[in-house]
Design a protein around this ligand. Structure first.
Ligand code: GLN
Length: 231
């Protein structure tokens, strides 16, 4: 963790697989909107960091346990999370959608009755799924990463999953054999998080760097890199 005595070197956690925000490329390196934004912001603000890829839930838990300095992982800014974390200015907007296999006849929540729904532990999608479970009477199976969640739907163990719209639609464009069948349900914009009351200097740098890369066009260039091209 960063100490006051030296030039700040932070440990920043991210998700193992959440394209186009973070994903591993050949050789083990990480790429994606979050990764490139962080890199550009750090360069502007002269701080260094080590990236730590974890399951999303582990990243959030390590942040709340002070084991990492920050999380950038397509993380929604929610009022519940604000009790534990301080967030940067929002940098991307997102909502939760339901996805099913391409040939599925499931089109709405009512059709989930008695079936199993795949959710990713600790996510806004999981919170949303849980919030409608009693009303629609489905079972829940939890996964630690998005790919194994999609796979459970693909092989037919679960009939649906709940995922962030930009991630699900990017995945589908890049070959995940699912389709989106719901509108986007409000989940809060994405923000960079630090533990509440800690790392105010880092948060300030992140916000300043974000404003700077928005102003000089770098932010838009990074989005275009991932949203207008295939992996
Ligand atoms: N956006 C979702 C959340 O904040 C999921 C993030 C993720 O899976 N990396 O909970």
């Amino acid at each position: 963790l960063a100490t006051q005595a030296h030039a700040a070197k932070y440990t920043i956690a991210t998700d193992t697989t959440f394209a186009p925000f973070e994903f591993q490329v050949k050789g083990g390196k990480y790429k994606g909107i979050d990764i490139d934004l962080l890199q550009a912001i750090a360069k502007k603000e002269h701080f260094t960091y080590q990236l730590k890829a974890l399951s999303f839930n582990a990243a959030v838990q390590q942040l709340s346990a002070n084991q990492v300095d920050g999380v950038i992982a397509g993380m929604n800014i929610t009022s519940a999370r604000k009790a534990t974390f301080d967030f940067s200015k929002p940098y991307y907007s997102s909502g939760v959608v339901m996805a099913v296999t391409k040939d599925s006849s499931v089109k709405n929540f009512k059709q989930l009755k008695g079936k199993t729904v795949a959710l990713k532990t600790g996510t806004a999608g999981a919170t949303f799924g849980k919030s409608i479970q009693a009303k629609y009477g489905f079972k829940i199976k939890y996964f630690n990463d998005s790919n194994t969640m999609y796979n459970d739907v693909k092989v037919g163990n679960s009939v649906a999953c709940f995922e962030d719209y930009p991630v699900m639609s990017y995945g589908i464009k890049n070959g995940i054999p699912l389709k989106i069948v719901s509108k986007q349900h409000e989940a809060g914009d994405y923000g960079f998080a630090v533990k509440k009351g800690k790392n105010a200097a880092l948060l300030k740098k992140f916000n300043a760097g974000l404003a700077a890369i928005k102003a000089d066009g770098t932010y838009q260039k990074i989005l275009n890199r991932y949203l207008h091209a295939k992996e």
